[in-house]
Design a protein around this ligand. Sequence first.
Ligand code: ARG
Length: 397
Amino acid sequence: MDKETIILAYSGGLDTSVCVRWLQEHHNAKVITLTADLGMVDLDNVKSKALQIGATEALIIDGRKEFIESFVFPALKAGAIYEERYPLATALGRPLIAKYMTEAAIKFGATSLAHGCTGKGNDQVRMDVSVGALAPDLKVIAPVREWGWSRDEEIEYALQHNIPVEVKKSRFSVDENLWGRSVEAGELEDPWEEPPEEAYAWTQPISRTPDNPVYVEIGFVKGTPISIDGEDMPPLDLVNHLNSIAGEHGIGRIDHIENRLVGIKSREVYEAPAGLTLFTAHKSLESLTLSKNQSRLKQLIAQEYADVVYNGLWYSAHRRNMDAYVESTQQNVTGSVRIKLYKGNCIVVGRKSPRALYSHKLATYERGDTFDHRASEGFISIYGLPIRTETRNQTEL
Ligand code: ARG
């Protein structure tokens, strides 16, 4: 009988490298690795390493454009930030990786998928639930969750099986893609301890940021960022560009105690220079173009949307319903926002829109005011009626 084929989500790190051999041994299977490039992956290395360890094939998929356009920008428009802090980089990447995995399973006739998530995190939930949503009949294997080894046991297995173990491995667990960098473990596990400089890679400490601010103008059409300083820029370049300039000015460091889906609190450090800048700019443009009621409801949806993404329910009708709502709110979110990046601060200094609800004629205190001041009198009389009635009828004398 032909050997079973398993598609393994492969990062090139120790865990997933060990998974290749472990799956071959324990499932007597051929292993095809799949590495989704959502930005920041050392591709040459990954491919040769997978093949060297014994993968039958090492697939690399460039998902950067799809990631930004179909996952990141919808989340940006929704204002999706988990617990008011986390822009969801890792959480948004997982459903796309799951999609590529199921597509590969169909193409290569695999009956199982595997990933290197541990049994403690959110990522296992996101992967398993996403695969379940896309292809309910596929089996998902999570070797790391199954084998339950300590780090030393894992290294021992690696050495026995000729799997390269990096000597200068970082003490942190890092996951990164274009939308951000997630860092945990090591001394970060002590919430009292300040994150050491080595935890950061994309952002400068304030002491090393330029002494002069930089101004950036971000152009949006219907909620989607499309230009920088008046020049159209493809989504990928735009995010890369903002990551680098905002990072240089020390913007986007986040230190958060987070509520995981599996019930534990964990200390997470994030870097999201482009994310933070774009959320700030987008929100500011919305303040000019959305009505008060739209803004209020949208804020509630933003929180629900963030929870749904964080909790691995990207492929749910509920998320699609919210996207339809969010999309309809973006109809007039077109215009530009001027941002000043300076010493870790991302400051909105100006915004304009051809669809603004802001009206200078109504707002001004100068000559040219068209607001009918006298009409306020009648408005206040009716508006204050119930409270005057309360006082008259219900105050004990
Ligand atoms: N806590 C974050 C999340 O659940 C990030 C997880 C990052 N994973 C990692 N290996 N560092 O989305």
